[in-house]
Every structure is written in C-alpha cells, then in structure tokens.
Design a protein around this ligand. Structure first.
Ligand SMILES: NC(=O)c1ccc[n+]([C@@H]2O[C@H](COP(=O)([O-])OP(=O)(O)OC[C@H]3O[C@@H](n4cnc5c(N)ncnc54)[C@H](OP(=O)(O)O)[C@@H]3O)[C@@H](O)[C@H]2O)c1
Length: 279
C-alpha cells in the first residue's frame, strides 16, 4: 500500500483506525490525505499521525488512486455526488465502509467506470482486531480487489462475500457481534455476582475470559481449522462443570435463540439499507 495517494473522506473513528493501521504497516503519512468537515478531528489527525486533513473533499481526493468513504451512511451521497466530475476524470478505486449503502447507489454517485468495493468492518478495528466483510461487483478487477483487501487488512481479518446481500449477514454477525459477546460477559458477571463474587472481580474475570477465549480461538484459526466445537470440547470434560453449564444452555434452546437474533439483525440491516441505500 505504499504506492499512490490514498484519500479518506471522513476521518472519524473508523477512518482514524484505518489510517493508524496503514501507517503501522508502512504507508507513509504523505501518501494519505483526509477530507474531514470537523475542525477538531482535522487537528488531531495532523497531531497524531502527521496527516494532511482538509475540509475540502475535492482537494483531498484530487490525486488519489484509492478513496475510502468513511462518513456516516446518511451523508455518503452528499459527500460523493459533488465529486463525480473529479472521479470521472481520475477513476480511483472507491472503497466504501458506509454501512448499508448499496454498490448501485455508490456507482450512481461516482458515475460509470469508477470501481466500487464495499467493506463492512466492526468496532474492534479500533484496536487493530477487526473483522471485515468485503464485496465487489464482477466489474472490479483482481488487482483492485487486492488493494481493497490490503487497506482493510490494516485493521484485522478480511473475508470476501460473493453476493452483496451477504453483507447484511456480515453486519449481523461480525458488525453487531461484539455486542453479543459483551452481553454474554455482562450476564456472566451478573450471574457470578449473584453467586457471591465481588462485582469488580466478576467483571475482570469475565472480560479476561472473553479476551483469552478470543485469542485462543483466533490462534486456532490461524494454525489449524478453527473448529470451534473441537475447541469447546477441549474445555468440556465429561461430567464436569463446563458440561453442566453447556447442557443447561442447550436445554434452554440457546441455538434457536441465537439463530433468531441473527435473523432479526439481518432483517433490520436490510430495513436500514432501504432507507439510506437507494440512490
Ligand atoms: N464505528 C464502527 O464501529 C463502525 C463499524 C462498521 C462500519 N462503520 C461505518 O463506518 C462509517 C464511519 O463510521 P465512524 O464510526 O467512523 O463515524 P464517525 O466517527 O462519525 O466518522 C465520520 C466522520 O466523517 C466526518 N464528516 C461528516 N461530514 C463530512 C463531509 N461532508 N466531508 C468529510 N467528512 C465528513 C464526520 O465529521 P462530523 O463529526 O463533523 O460529522 C466524522 O468525523 C459509517 O458509515 C459506519 O456505518 C462504523
């Protein structure tokens, strides 16, 4: 990612996370420009990363071969449409992380011939441990896909999906996923407190367990097949404590509860996309 100019439109939480990750991986600050409307955010980008930030999106995008759209979905059109003549002239690769905004809308704002890739990152990207789903229409070349992949790998794991609709499932799984694990850790904290542990001790143990289980599963995925049922079996001795808890969860139909939750999130993602995603 060290060649060519990379422009960010929006230097908020996600934009900053990506910029930090790219710099850590060797992209030079002078190769990144940012269009950002909020003055305090521009100052902190300059102070923290030594990056040129401007309130003029066209100036930020002028020489870019890759543009990352990192503004809220509601304003993606407002930000991109005025740049159409510039984009038609320069034909950069546009990577949008604006949740729910369909490629058809993005292509409409950018104009024909501008390759568009959609990315759905999640909040752990802020600490470099993100999970991103990527989708590109067939017109996007392998070389362009590989650039998009490298940009998003700056904040963690990247997985391609073959159909645009699947990004709504990615949103339900990894986009919203951190909240599910936080909820489980909250419930474990409460349960342990009810059984007599000090609340602070219970919370620390719950969070450390969340962290440790995540690390163990992730290293299992990198070194092997990431078989979660096998990893679970390794902590579940026959007749032991884990087995007692898992049996209790299964008898309460946890599988169906989780399936319904994912369906609800996917459905809601589609409803929100209908609101903002149309061109
Ligand atoms: N944060 C997450 O966990 C997460 C996860 C997955 C996907 N996403 C997606 O990533 C995108 C960005 O999210 P975020 O959390 O980074 O949002 P954010 O922190 O609000 O960042 C958006 C930034 O864009 C700036 N902006 C607003 N209007 C602009 C304009 N006309 N030109 C240039 N910059 C402008 C905003 O400035 P102002 O403050 O002045 O408005 C803000 O600094 C969203 O589409 C979101 O759906 C975020």
């Amino acid at each position: 990612m060290s060649n060519g100019q990379l422009a960010f439109l929006g230097g908020g939480n996600m934009g900053r996370a990506l910029i930090g990750g790219l710099l850590r991986r060797g992209t030079r600050p002078e190769h990144i420009s940012v269009g950002e409307s909020f003055a305090a955010a521009r100052l902190s980008l300059a102070a923290d990363f030594g990056i040129q930030a401007t309130d003029n999106n066209a100036a930020a995008a002028e020489t870019a071969s890759v543009i990352v759209v990192a503004v809220k979905p509601q304003i993606a059109g407002e930000v991109l449409a005025p740049l159409k003549p510039l984009l038609q002239r320069t034909r950069p690769l546009v990577i949008s992380i604006a949740a729910g905004i369909r490629t058809m809308a993005l292509e409409g704002w950018c104009g024909a011939g501008v390759p568009v890739v959609r990315a759905m990152p999640n909040r752990p990207a802020l600490v470099g441990a993100g999970a991103t789903g990527l989708y590109a229409p067939a017109s996007v070349s392998n070389a362009q896909r590989s650039i998009a992949e490298k940009v998003m790998q700056a904040v963690g794991e990247v997985v391609w999906v073959s159909e645009e609709d699947h990004l709504d499932v990615v949103t339900a799984l990894s986009g919203s996923g951190p909240a599910y694990f936080f909820l489980l850790a909250e419930l474990l904290t409460q349960g342990a407190t009810d059984l007599g542990l000090e609340p602070t001790a219970a919370r620390r143990l719950a969070i450390a367990t969340l962290h440790g289980a995540g690390q163990l599963a992730y290293s299992g995925m990198q070194t092997g097949d990431g078989d979660l049922a096998k990893m679970r079996a390794e902590v579940t001795s026959k007749g032991g404590t884990t087995e007692a808890a898992v049996k209790s969860l299964e008898s309460a139909d946890l599988r169906a509860i989780v399936a319904r939750a994912l369906e609800a999130a996917t459905r809601r993602g589609r409803e929100l996309a209908e609101q903002f995603g149309a061109s």
